[in-house]
Design a protein around this ligand. Sequence first.
Ligand code: CDM
Ligand code: ATP
Length: 284
Amino acid sequence: MKIYEKASAKINLVLDVLRKREDGFHEVEMIMTMVDLADRLEMEELPRDTIIISSQVGYIPLDEKNLAFQAARLIKDRYDVRKGVYIHLDKKIPVAAGLAGGSSDAAAALRGLNRLWKLGIPEEELRVLGAELGSDVPYCVTGGTAIARGRGELLEHIDNPPQCWVVLAKPPINVSTADVYGRLRANELKHHPSIPNMRDALARGSFNDICEGLGNVLEDVTLEVHPEVQQIKESMIRLGADGVLMSGSGPTVFGLVSKEAKLPRIYNGLRGFCKEVYVVRMLT
Ligand SMILES: C[C@](O)(CO)[C@H](O)COP(=O)(O)OP(=O)(O)OC[C@H]1O[C@@H](n2ccc(N)nc2=O)[C@H](O)[C@@H]1O
Ligand SMILES: Nc1ncnc2c1ncn2[C@@H]1O[C@H](COP(=O)(O)OP(=O)(O)OP(=O)(O)O)[C@@H](O)[C@H]1O
C-alpha cells in the first residue's frame, strides 16, 4: 500500500523575538500561515527494517540528514516499529528558503507513517514528536493559521487570512537559520511588530490591515548580509504588491496581492533579475 501526504510551505506574517533563552534558542511570537506550494511525499512499507529516501532533486541530503528520514527514525524508535519504509520526496518548495520545506516534509512523514503503520498517535503527540526535529515542525503537523510561541512549538490556532495571491521570490543565496538568529541582538530591538494587531486584522478579514501589520525582526539581520533581499522587497513594492515581507530567516520575500490583474507585471518584473519566482494562492 502507498500513502501520500502533502507538505505545504509556510510564510510568517509576523515574526517577533522576545529574548534569547538559556538553552540558546530564542523566545519567539510568530503568526504563520500556509501557501499553496507543496512537496508531495509518497510512502511505502518495506519488508526490511530500513529507511530509504529518494527525491527527483539532487540538492537535498537523502541520508539521516534529511528531516523526513529523521521523522521516520523517530517514530520507529519511539513506537518500536520493526518495519521499513521507502519515502519519495517530490520537492517543489525551494530549499533553505525560509519556507519550512524540510520541516513540512518531516511533519508530513510523521502524519503519513502514523497512517501507514496504523499507530493511532493523536495529532497533539505528533506535534510533541515534531518539536524534537525542529522548531517549525509542530506547526507544520497541523498547518492552518497559528500564533506560535516558545521556540515555535506552543500553538494557538487563529483565523485564516482572506483569499489572496502570494508572490514568492527567492534570490539565489543560501541563508542559515542558526546564523541569522546568531547575529540577532534580541535585547536591542527598537521595533516589535504587533501580534494582537495581526490577529485582529485576521479576525476582521481585513486584507489592508494584514498588509499593514506584516513584520519580521529577522529581516534586518538578513538584509545586512544580503542586500539583494532588499532589492527584491523594493521591486515587489514598486511593481504593485500590496504588502511585502521576508519569510522566516529568509531569503525568500513574499508579496500579498489582492487583484489578479496585477500579477503579470509583478511576476515579469521580478523574473527580470530573479530566477525563482512563484505565484501561488493562500491556503485557506
Ligand atoms: C525562522 C523560523 O523558520 C520561523 O518560522 C523558525 O524560527 C526556525 O525554525 P527551524 O528552522 O525549524 O529551526 P530549528 O531547526 O529548530 O533551529 C535552527 C537554529 O535556529 C536557531 N533558533 C531556532 C528557533 C528559535 N526559536 N530560536 C533559535 O535561536 C537555533 O540556533 C537553532 O540551532
Ligand atoms: N526534506 C528536506 N527538504 C529540504 N531540505 C532538507 C530536507 N531535509 C533536510 N534538509 C536540509 O535542511 C536545510 C534547510 O532546508 P529547509 O528547506 O528546511 O530550510 P528553510 O525553508 O529555511 O526552513 P525554515 O523556514 O524552517 O528555517 C537544507 O540545508 C537542507 O539540506
